[in-house]
Design a protein around this ligand. Structure first.
Ligand SMILES: *Cc1c(COP(=O)(O)O)cnc(C)c1O
Length: 239
């Protein structure tokens, strides 16, 4: 067994244990493998071990991997069904790349970016699946729409023809205290539930990473985004 395969197994076990503890069905939580800074071979290895959804922070880096996998050759056909999620901040000049190559955009927090993504989504592709990133703690992590603005943005995004609003994403400040971490994640859960009370039909609450996926699952996460626990240590500091 490769290291990545063993890591994936370990992460899946952590997810199953957390679901059990939270009284949730294990199928309620999807694993997104965050492959930023890792090369295409790592993605191929994870895919060979059954991992089918990958997240990238840097648009250019993600597109390079997407194109490499789409080419015929050693990693050709079997990887055609791999799904790519953009999870990092996107500037206006990168929206076309996101709209053309990714299936999901999880870090949407501005109407202007949403409008560009909708306009630029190619006709031959299904709508871009999107999550709104919410800044649940107003912390040093400045990305994300504030909780009181999320309803307005959700309404605007829902009206865009080439986007499909699937849910919310958040990255709260890390905390060593499990209950405190759960309560931060619960802020996103409350917003998610109240959007659904208003008829949004959301099915994705993307929260939890290598160090806090148990707390996120306790608070209702449906998708954990895991990098280091799958691929190992990331050498690049900015990542
Ligand atoms: C890097 C990153 C992750 C994964 O973080 P790990 O701590 O390596 O699991 C998840 N989500 C986002 C938005 C990230 O940037």
């Amino acid at each position: 067994m490769t290291t990545i395969e063993a890591n994936l197994q370990h992460v899946r076990t952590r997810i199953a244990t957390a679901c059990e503890r939270a009284g949730r069905d294990v199928t309620a939580v999807t694993l997104l493998a965050v492959s930023k800074t890792f090369d295409i071979d790592a993605v191929v290895e994870a895919a060979a071990a059954g991992q089918m959804a990958f997240g990238e922070n840097y648009v250019q880096e993600g597109v390079e991997k997407i194109l490499a996998l789409a080419e015929p050759g050693p990693h050709g056909a079997p990887l055609a069904s791999v799904q790519w999620h953009c999870i990092g901040p996107v500037q206006s000049n990168k929206t076309r790349l996101v709209a053309s190559h990714f299936q999901w955009m999880q870090s949407l927090d501005r109407l202007k970016i949403a409008q560009r993504l909708s306009e630029q989504r190619p006709d031959h592709l299904p709508p871009l699946q999107v999550c709104l990133q919410v800044n649940v703690d107003g912390g040093s992590n400045k990305s994300g729409v504030s909780p009181d603005e999320v309803f307005e943005l959700a309404e605007q995004v829902r009206a865009l023809p080439r986007l499909r609003l699937r849910g919310l994403m958040c990255i709260p400040e890390p905390s060593d205290d499990f209950d405190e971490q759960v309560s931060l994640f619960q802020r996103a859960r409350v917003l998610y539930d109240s959007l659904n009370d208003r008829g949004y039909g959301l099915d994705t609450l993307s929260m939890g990473m290598s160090d806090d996926l148990e707390a996120a699952i306790m608070a209702g996460s449906t998708m954990v985004r895991v990098g280091r626990a799958v691929f190992g240590f990331r050498p690049r500091k900015d990542a």
